[in-house]
Design a protein around this ligand. Structure first.
Ligand code: SF4
Length: 348
């Protein structure tokens, strides 16, 4: 399709041709992380800018078009660095649930992705001053432990071939046992993950979808079998792995399509080794959906969702049916106390 699309490899290691233009805040260029990233992009044109927001937040952009060939922006993040987890996200029973965004936007292009409703741009921003984030976390850890999701607004492993951020996080997690990290991914970045130390406080949360759903809605993402290879490699190395069936999309023949997925997982993954699993139906804040409807008319955005307290999702009956189905299949693989659902169901 174009250099960008061809360059996002399944394991996230090939970016040489992806970003022909790199905008860099002048302040960012003095950080070693910026230098390392630029060294990995020989031939790119670097355009100095004063403030990434002038580019990223400018009005009347088409994030959908930009995602086909995004520019890369290197910037210095300003505080706050930690945000409380949103109500639509699962907390897995963790009391101090926060997330942080050292990268904004993702190389993949899922039609249901909330980032399209959240950000005005499809360009990818990488913040290079991670030490400032680590300093804030260190301060918080003096008061209480922290469950921190570091790959919500991007796919960190998919971009690791460019950034090397996973090893920075791993080093920091190793030195701070009261920090529990979640790294969410749809990538197949086996080599990036395998290169890291094995840590009990670093969870790799791999999202899986049925192949027909992936092909229709999750553009550029690695296949189910490639993602399961990452899962199985990480499990064999003794890592903490979470399998996420979230978001489940209400497709025709839902039980057949998702039944195949659960069967494949059951037959190919040693599920007893998983830390836990999650399942959730598609849900999104009303504001984000409104933006997506005007910028990306498609099957996902056209669906007549139900608005419950500012969050759009399928109606209660459909949600119950989808989650009950998922729970019954998951209970064949893993004890119920390790199954987390996006909504509580009556015990079954
Ligand atoms: S992988 Fe996640 S963050 Fe990336 S486009 Fe898809 S839904 Fe969005």
């Amino acid at each position: 399709m174009n250099d960008y699309v061809n360059s996002v490899s399944a394991d996230g290691t090939t970016f040489r041709k992806a970003f022909s233009r790199v905008y860099a805040e002048e302040a960012a260029l003095s950080y070693p992380r910026a230098r390392k990233i630029l060294d990995r992009l020989p031939g790119s044109t670097v355009i100095p800018i004063a403030n990434y927001k002038n580019l990223f937040n400018r009005p009347n952009q088409s994030a959908v078009l930009q995602k086909q060939a995004p520019a890369l922006i290197l910037a210095v993040q300003k505080p706050p660095f930690l945000y409380p987890g949103a109500a639509v996200c699962q907390d897995f029973g963790e009391r101090h649930f926060y997330y942080t965004s050292c990268i904004r936007n993702c190389p993949y292009d899922c039609e249901y992705c909330y980032l399209q409703g959240m950000y005005p741009s499809g360009d990818i921003v990488i913040f290079v001053n991670m030490e400032d984030v680590f300093a804030e976390i260190t301060e918080v850890l003096t008061k209480h432990p922290l469950y921190l999701c570091i790959s919500f607004d991007t796919d960190l492993p998919a971009l690791d071939g460019l950034t090397g951020f996973l090893s920075d996080w791993a080093r920091f997690a190793a030195a701070n046992p009261s920090l529990l990290l979640e790294v969410r991914t749809k990538s197949a970045a086996v080599s990036a993950v395998s290169a890291l130390p094995v840590l009990d406080n670093m969870i790799f949360a791999v999202t899986v979808s049925p192949e027909p759903v992936r092909e229709r809605f999750e553009h550029r993402t690695p296949s189910l079998s490639a993602r399961l290879k990452l899962v199985n490699t990480a499990l064999s190395e003794g890592r903490q792995v979470r399998l996420c069936f979230d978001p489940m999309i209400k497709v025709r023949d839902f039980e057949t399509v998702y039944g195949e997925l659960f069967l494949t997982v059951r037959e190919t993954v040693p599920t007893e080794k998983l830390r836990d699993v999650s399942a959730g139906t598609f849900r999104i804040s009303a504001d984000y959906l409104k933006h997506m409807r005007s910028h990306r008319p498609c099957e996902i955005t056209a669906y007549p969702y139900t608005n419950t307290d500012g969050v759009y999702g399928y109606d209660t009956e459909n949600v119950r049916e989808m989650l009950s189905f998922a729970r019954s299949r998951l209970m064949e693989m893993i004890p119920e106390e390790r199954i987390f659902l996006s909504e509580e169901l009556p015990k079954g």
